[in-house]
Ligand binder design. Structure first.
Ligand SMILES: *[C@@H]1O[C@H](CO)[C@@H](O)[C@H](O)[C@H]1NC(C)=O
Ligand SMILES: *[C@@H]1O[C@H](CO)[C@@H](O)[C@H](O)[C@H]1NC(C)=O
Ligand SMILES: *[C@@H]1O[C@H](CO)[C@@H](O)[C@H](O)[C@H]1NC(C)=O
Ligand SMILES: *[C@@H]1O[C@H](CO)[C@@H](O)[C@H](O)[C@H]1NC(C)=O
Ligand SMILES: *[C@@H]1O[C@H](CO)[C@@H](O)[C@H](O)[C@H]1NC(C)=O
Ligand SMILES: *[C@@H]1O[C@H](CO)[C@@H](O)[C@H](O)[C@H]1NC(C)=O
Ligand SMILES: *[C@@H]1O[C@H](CO)[C@@H](O)[C@H](O)[C@H]1NC(C)=O
Ligand SMILES: *[C@@H]1O[C@H](CO)[C@@H](O)[C@H](O)[C@H]1NC(C)=O
Ligand SMILES: *[C@@H]1O[C@H](CO)[C@@H](O)[C@H](O)[C@H]1NC(C)=O
Length: 354
């Protein structure tokens, strides 16, 4: 079993298009039946929003399962459920740490460091099926960020691992892990979601301080050829000083209750559309060494948090559950949140809101 798996791995290291090196560990399809499952936005996105609006800081979270993820996961930065049988995970391996400067140099505050970004495909028993190397040796943009599956591609940001730097926006074909780099932006980018109805990408910069929007309807004509930077069509500062969002999922366009929108300060004098593009985001606020976790529904046009819930749960290793990857699922009418907080030796935690 072990020998054949190793043989398979050795035989299966292929250099796919767009400079992706993929190692296959198990004789299982990347996606069962080579079928692309539908994304949240056309399946459970509305149910996630509805259930989320009933959460509060006193919600009881019941542990559903803990699954050890095989292999060295490095720093998991984002994850996306792709159907009911696969989990895609961004895994960064750092080979040289960044070092803080004593001053701002070239607009940033630390050295570039070095490392690699990998995309891992897991089955839900925690066995790793495939491992794609997304960044070549020496690439300064070695930091993979949050991811979002849109029903066709997994979207990712590949950025320098320091604020106010640069990033490349790429999409990964989940059927074969082929990775296509589309354009570059002149800032660090972490989280990313694809609004499949407007065909807009929303990316978040360091700590989710700003959200930038790019219309893929304009691609490639309205985009600057790489390595030049493309300017976003919208740039919205995050009005919330709560958690820094790391990993987000597009949930679709949803008509939100008027009362909720009024509470959030939306102005009805200006022909306001109550149907909002909504994403689910998770992250942490680090305050004097204390890490507060949180998850939020966020209006993608204004970045206004529509609903925010603190998460005080931690992993068995003491890491705040929302540290990096998050996703959600609805089972029997109940909301489940998926978390993978620990580095290197990771566990998938699934909790259900009671
Ligand atoms: C994706 O990768 C496969 C396997 O390496 C290759 O045969 C195929 O041509 C690639 N497809 C695209 C669209 O790049
Ligand atoms: C992989 O599995 C398929 C069917 O499950 C089988 O036909 C094939 O021989 C297997 N390939 C290897 C290399 O084990
Ligand atoms: C993925 O491959 C890289 C080397 O290419 C390795 O460092 C890493 O441990 C692998 N990840 C897993 C989970 O196997
Ligand atoms: C920061 O300043 C300290 C003390 O002056 C110095 O030892 C250190 O090398 C400096 N670090 C960097 C990255 O420049
Ligand atoms: C700052 O940018 C300039 C021009 O790109 C480069 O030559 C220099 O090495 C950079 N400085 C540092 C400390 O990275
Ligand atoms: C970001 O870096 C650019 C280029 O070095 C610099 O002009 C700008 O002031 C920096 N912005 C911030 C917010 O640090
Ligand atoms: C893939 O492997 C080739 C050959 O070893 C190497 O030149 C290339 O940089 C690798 N690409 C990535 C993205 O790791
Ligand atoms: C956010 O974007 C605004 C407007 O483009 C810019 O002035 C500001 O420096 C950005 N803030 C951060 C933290 O990047
Ligand atoms: C990984 O974590 C599991 C569960 O916490 C633990 O039993 C195991 O010893 C750890 N392995 C390593 C290599 O740290």
């Amino acid at each position: 079993m072990r020998a054949s798996a190793l043989l398979l791995a050795a035989l299966a290291t292929v250099s796919a298009a767009s400079n992706t090196n993929v190692t296959v560990y198990r004789n299982e399809s990347f996606l069962p039946g080579n079928i692309l499952p539908p994304p949240h936005a056309v399946t459970d996105g509305g149910a996630i929003v509805d259930l989320f609006l009933s959460l509060s800081s006193s919600t009881k979270w019941k542990l559903v399962s803990k699954t050890k993820m095989q292999g060295n996961t490095g720093e998991p930065e984002g994850m996306a459920r792709v159907g009911d049988e696969r989990l895609f995970v961004t895994s960064n391996q750092y080979t040289e740490s960044t070092v803080k400067y004593n001053a701002t140099i070239n607009g940033t505050d630390r050295t570039d460091g070095a490392g690699y970004c990998h995309m891992l495909i897991y089955n839900l028993q925690g066995q790793v099926i495939a491992n794609a190397s997304l960044t070549p040796p020496g690439d300064m943009e070695y930091h993979g960020g949050g991811i979002d599956y849109d029903g066709r591609y997994v979207w990712i940001t590949l950025a320098q691992y320091r604020p106010n730097s640069t990033a490349t926006i790429a999409r990964i074909d989940p059927l074969n892990l082929n990775t296509t780099r589309l354009f570059r932006v002149g800032d660090h980018n972490g989280g990313i979601v694809h609004d499949i109805f407007t065909n807009e990408l929303v990316t978040l910069n360091w700590n989710g301080a700003n959200a930038t929007t790019f219309s893929l309807n304009e691609y490639p004509m309205g985009f600057t050829p790489m390595p030049g930077f493309t300017h976003p069509m919208r740039d919205v500062p995050n009005p919330s000083f709560y958690v820094g969002y790391q990993d987000c999922k597009f949930l679709g366009h949803h008509a939100l209750p008027n009362l909720l929108l009024a509470q959030r300060g939306y102005n009805y004098q200006i022909n306001f559309n109550p149907v909002r593009p909504v994403m689910l985001c998770g992250g942490v606020a680090t305050l004097d060494g204390f890490s507060l976790g949180g998850i939020a529904l966020v209006d993608m046009l204004t970045m206004l948090p529509l609903w925010e819930v603190p998460i005080t749960l931690t992993s068995d290793l003491g890491v705040t559950l929302t540290e990096n990857p998050i996703d959600a699922q609805v089972v029997d009418g109940k909301l489940r949140m998926w978390f993978m907080p620990d580095q290197h030796n990771s566990t998938l935690y699934i909790y259900e809101a009671q």
